[in-house]
Design a protein around this ligand. Structure first.
Ligand code: PLP
Length: 352
């Protein structure tokens, strides 16, 4: 059988371990000895007990507790191939933790910039992985500027900009298709911040269609926080690009991005897939977090935005109860226990 260029063969998969490197032909690493892996990917799909045909993709079970490991394993492998010794990255926390882990494993020195407001669990991880942590007093956007200024002469290994990081995201689509016996679901619901996961899913399903592994791609439901909704606004206004918004505070720190790097590609992916954009407020996020908890699933607030949006899309009849849905659960609750404890304390006072 002829192999699609830059694509894996379905036949090879039976003999490969359950990590995302089973799709290695699609990941652009020339020499397998450069692979920097912690066994990431091939995360479980489990049923979600709601009125509908819904499964949850437990991507927070990747080694550092977020789906960002999909991108980090590929990007850091490429940097190792290139012989890069030191990198700089800015993040709301999860990408920083993930890149810190893979960089250490590859023997690459990492300088990670995060806002001071980042959840304690993510900051602790970055330090434990041995990266140089720089906390920036200011917004997510101020953090990027600080990293940019410091990156003069150093390798800016940005998860938002690297095409290798994006290539890693495609594996989420490959896995979902393989786990569903080479059928795409009707919908995928995913939080959107910088847009890497959404655009990666779209590219991945595109590859699968081109290779003839699936017959149709899923519709993409992009989820934003109502306090920071640049994708939603641009989509509603039928724009081709995404202008920056003035954002407010939100519990969904991982998607608090005022101007997504992948702006045009995000809008194109939503339109091409006949998808939709939904916003959720913090109250809806906390409700979804509790609903998941009662089913044995502990995620961070950002991740709960996706099931919170699904609830609204089901209620509005936009997603039918008979349609097959995969919800991406992107980050572990253990990273945000400080924020969750704060919330519990506030609730206890309210109801005392
Ligand atoms: C980074 C992140 C997102 C947003 O993903 P993008 O690829 O930036 O759109 C969603 N959830 C969590 C937990 C994240 O860390």
């Amino acid at each position: 059988m002829l192999q699609t260029p830059g694509m894996f063969m379905r036949e090879s998969l039976a003999h490969r371990p359950p990590t995302l490197w089973r799709y290695r032909e699609a990941l652009g690493i020339n020499n397998p000895s450069n692979t920097v892996s912690l066994g990431e990917g091939f995360t479980p799909l489990v049923d979600y007990a709601v009125n509908g045909q819904v499964v949850l993709k437990l991507d927070f079970l990747c080694p550092t507790g977020s789906y960002k490991d999909r991108g980090s394993t590929v990007m850091i492998s490429k940097l190792k191939e290139w012989g890069v010794a030191e990198i700089i990255e800015d993040s709301s926390g999860n990408a920083g933790a993930s890149i810190a882990a893979y960089a250490s494993r590859a023997g690459i020195r990492a300088n990670i910039y995060v806002p001071t407001s980042t959840s304690a669990g993510k900051i602790a991880q970055i330090e434990m992985y041995g990266a140089d942590l720089i906390k920036v007093l200011g917004s997510r956007e101020d953090t990027t500027s600080a990293a940019f200024d410091a990156a003069q002469g150093m390798f800016y290994a940005s998860h938002n900009w690297s095409p290798y990081f994006l290539a890693g995201m495609k594996t989420a689509a490959y896995e979902i298709a393989e786990q569903l016996a080479w059928k795409a679901p009707d919908w995928i619901v995913t939080p959107v911040g910088g847009g890497g996961l959404l655009v990666g899913l779209q590219l991945g399903f595109h590859d699968l269609l081109a290779a003839g592994f699936i017959q149709r791609a899923p519709r993409l439901a992009a989820v934003q926080a109502s306090a920071c909704d640049p994708v939603y606004r641009a989509w509603r206004a039928r724009l081709e690009h995404i202008p920056a918004v003035d954002k407010g505070p939100t519990a969904a720190e991982g998607i608090s991005v005022a101007k997504p790097v992948h702006g045009k590609a995000i809008l194109a992916a939503i339109r091409e897939s006949n998808g939709i954009v939904t916003t959720v407020d913090d109250g809806e996020v906390w409700t979804a977090l509790e609903t998941l908890g009662r089913q044995g699933i502990y995620v961070e607030p950002t991740a709960a935005a996706a099931p919170a949006a699904l609830r609204k899309l089901h209620q509005a009849g936009i997603i039918g109860r008979d349609e097959g849905v995969v919800v991406m659960l992107t980050g572990s609750g253990l990273k945000a226990t400080d924020k969750i404890v704060e919330r519990q304390a506030a609730q206890a006072i309210t109801y005392a």
